[in-house]
Design a protein around this ligand. Structure first.
Ligand code: FES
Length: 89
């Protein structure tokens, strides 16, 4: 891994490809950013955009610390982040 990313403990990949975009990926990404800020995880968590993961029928899709998250409702992102972070501690 590049030294640039060594400081991060948590990695979130949000699919921003066609079907996920249509299904609300932008709102999901914003919800992740907001949750990260709320939990003061900005120094340890990095959000990336990614291309299609071939799970388009389950859009919007994200991967949080190696956990697949599908059909994500932005209103549930905060709870998802908290449970994944708790699990990784
Ligand atoms: S467009 Fe997101 S999984 Fe295919």
């Amino acid at each position: 891994m590049s030294k640039k990313y060594e400081k991060y403990r948590h990695f979130i990949f949000v699919c921003k490809d066609k079907d996920c975009k249509k299904a609300g990926a932008r709102e999901v990404e914003r919800a992740f950013e907001k949750s990260i800020k709320k939990h003061q995880l900005g120094k340890s968590t990095k959000v990336f955009e990614c291309t299609c993961t071939n799970r388009c029928k389950e859009a919007p899709v994200a991967i949080v610390n190696n956990h697949w998250m599908v059909r994500i409702n932005p209103d549930h992102v905060d709870q998802l982040v908290q449970s994944c972070i708790d699990e990784s501690l």
